[in-house]
Design a protein around this ligand. Sequence first.
Ligand code: FAD
Ligand code: FO1
Length: 468
Amino acid sequence: MIHPERLRILRTSHGTTESGPVLYWVNRDRRVHDNWALAHAQQQALERKVPLRVVFCLVPTFEQASLRQYHFMLHGLEEFARDLAALHIPCDVLLGTPADVLPAYVAQHDASLLVTDFEPLKIKRAWLADVLAATHISMHLVDAHNIVPCWHASPKQEFGAYTLRPKLTRLLPTFLHEVPAIVAHPFLATPAAAPVDANALLATVRVRTDVAPVDWIVPGEKAARRHGTAFLQRLHRYGTERNDPTLQAQSDLSPYFHFGQLAPLRMALDVNRMVADDPDVATSAASFLEELIIRRELSDNYTHYNDAYDRFEGFPAWAQTSLNEHRHDVRDHVYAHDVWEAARTHDPLWNAAQRQLVRTGKMHGYMRMYWAKKILEWTASPEEAQAIAIALNDTYELDGRDPNGYAGIAWSIGGVHDRAWFERPVYGKIRYMNANGCASKFNVKTYIARYDTYADPGADGLSGRLDL
Ligand code: FAD
Ligand code: FO1
């Protein structure tokens, strides 16, 4: 049974049909396993003895997303729809924004309940409000992404990991449990859904195609599970090696989490099981769980409670004051968007990080901090720095347009979830980072050499292709 705090009943409609199917409008969590929204939708359908359908709304452009990300999302969706069909749960893809296409779909199926999953980003909140306004159907909202439901973990924006950590730690025993498996649905839905064809759907979107798909990571729920299992074999290295971008010690799971193809809950349960069998991995496991649970859920907290999560006004007051005091400091360099994008700054380390991003769609986590802080240092204003960082992140990162991205950029540039440091030019009291700091942690020359050559985005059509 779903914990009542994981569920928000948005509306109970009387006078609508009780015999129509339950619909799960999938937003963020496109997977069959470990999905509380799908499990709740099926539970409701079983209780009502009605069919269950899943529906996804595909929009032609989404917050600076490129072909790379749509490719990953839609190939994952193709597998999701196939696996659902095998369980007698049709999955339909509607083309258009939800408020434009869902009301007619709800009416066409004479649906009895609409279940959807929680997403803190503004665009998704607006979609949800619009669908509520444009329909009369009963609606349930389920947080299927966070281990501890975001709204239950805390009722307000938290100052930092140190304030959210005790709250999550207290609630984890209640929420860190297996999700009921989805069963073959006994009440058959008609009509069946057309199979999802990822390539045909890709032809409908209007996005930057020069940011091409990458082939080092395979989309979809099954590949995500394999990827997670392979990471567990090297989990013991995570504690000591995760901050070294020349090694492969991070999990590389963020694209799967972002597109909902893998549940953070799954990884947390598997890691805990592993620690029980092999206490030697406990230190690395604790570091990984700190990122996977505390830091990730802190980002959802930030974006859920702070509407200005992608703007200067979202920074804490001390940081805004300090950045304002240093607004007119002379910068050693001032670069515009195109110079950043083309990795043509004077700094070989920064350029290497940008090239890793452009080529692979995933910059190493440690380099992301350096990368964003240098954009602050060498851009005309903090507002412009934040906008450039968001634009590059959201266009090139496979895991971009995620609460983690907005929080990570706001941490680096605006002191969100951090404290005031010693005052220095341009940064004010924002934490500083430099190449010497990187050199004390890893072999900077090895990292730079790995991303040495560069294809200019758009100039020769090569940007974004995997070339490792
Ligand atoms: P691992 O180290 O294996 O960690 C496992 C999981 O823990 C990650 O997948 C992620 O869900 C979570 N996690 C790890 N580090 C963080 C963190 N610092 N904050 C919140 N959650 C974390 N993450 C994104 O998912 N999307 C983004 O667009 C994004 N942009 C970022 C931009 C900047 C400037 C910074 C500083 C950080 C950003 N991050 C972003 C957070 C972090 O860098 C990535 O989540 C991580 O590098 C992803 O790689 P991984 O899955 O191999 O991580
Ligand atoms: N969500 C949708 O509901 N419909 C879309 O067409 C869609 C496109 C899209 C493209 C790139 C991307 O990174 C995300 C996209 N999303 C879309 C959102 C995604 O499903 C997740 O809800 C969020 O990105 C997670 O924070």
